[in-house]
Ligand binder design. Structure first.
Ligand code: ADP
Length: 235
């Protein structure tokens, strides 16, 4: 494809899709959240801390985090085969790694905190939406956290560095997609995946865009948490 002068969606190169965040969407969970970026919708549910079974998996020095990412079969245009697959295992692992640095689980020896991330509609960027949803759900569950984590994908499509690729952009032959997660206050990167080629200059520009995007996402996450407690007060 020749130069990408205007995005398919009409967005600016530094413009994310519309974002929606809400906590408390699953009553039976200890904490839960919905996070939507455009047509990508992630729901996260947190259970725990609770005693880890089987007991040989327990760590007497700290609680552990266990993430499970999955896409529903109706989340994509062609029905996705239900059940675990390699992609899900990988994304579950990177979700865990992206969140662990902000969690204070030392006070929960032998326990586990389970996070289930379910993608109910997918249009690229699902691991990022899942991480932003999971961080919110953990905070909503009252798990001690040093900070929130926000995530967005950045990348390069036909010569242009841009933020929050949608599926149409991800599918462009030369597209490079870089999911990035970072903490709120210090903007320390807790996840960066890069598949493809990118010059250092472009990578630095992409990270700068991710920082701007995550700052906005962090504010939206904070508002979602505050809104939940506002409604408690008014009940
Ligand atoms: P991410 O969703 O984090 O960008 P990928 O790059 O692996 O992760 O996936 C990109 C997009 O491809 C997904 O968001 C989804 O829209 C689509 N996709 C992934 N897996 C499937 C699948 N099994 N069937 C159809 N579409 C899929």
């Amino acid at each position: 494809m020749a130069g990408y002068d205007k995005r398919f969606s009409g967005r600016k190169f530094d413009e994310m899709r519309e974002i929606e965040a809400k906590v408390g969407v699953i009553k039976r969970a200890d904490g839960s959240a919905l996070f939507r970026m455009g047509d990508t919708i992630a729901i996260a549910a947190v259970y725990g801390p609770r005693e880890l079974h089987p007991r040989f998996l327990q760590n007497p020095e700290t609680g552990i985090l266990r993430c499970n990412y999955d896409m529903t079969s109706f989340s994509v245009p062609e029905r996705k085969r239900p059940g675990p697959n390699r992609r899900g295992v990988e994304i579950s692992l990177v979700t865990e790694k992206a969140l662990l640095p902000v969690l204070e689980l030392k006070q929960f020896p032998n326990a586990v905190v389970d996070v289930f991330v379910e993608i109910v509609q997918a249009n690229a960027g699902t691991r990022c939406a899942g991480i932003s949803a999971a961080a919110l759900a953990l905070a909503h569950a009252g798990i001690p956290m040093k900070d929130l984590v926000s995530a967005v994908s950045v990348g390069k499509v036909s010569g242009k560095v841009l933020i929050d690729l949608d599926k149409e952009e991800e599918d462009v032959d030369d597209a490079t997609d870089i999911p990035i997660a970072m903490t709120g206050r210090k903007q320390e990167i807790t996840l960066l995946q890069l598949d493809g080629n990118l010059a250092k200059k472009d990578l630095m520009e992409a990270i700068k865009l991710a920082k701007q995007g995550c700052e906005k996402i962090n504010k939206i996450q904070q508002k979602a948490l505050k809104d939940a407690y506002k409604s408690v007060k008014n009940e």
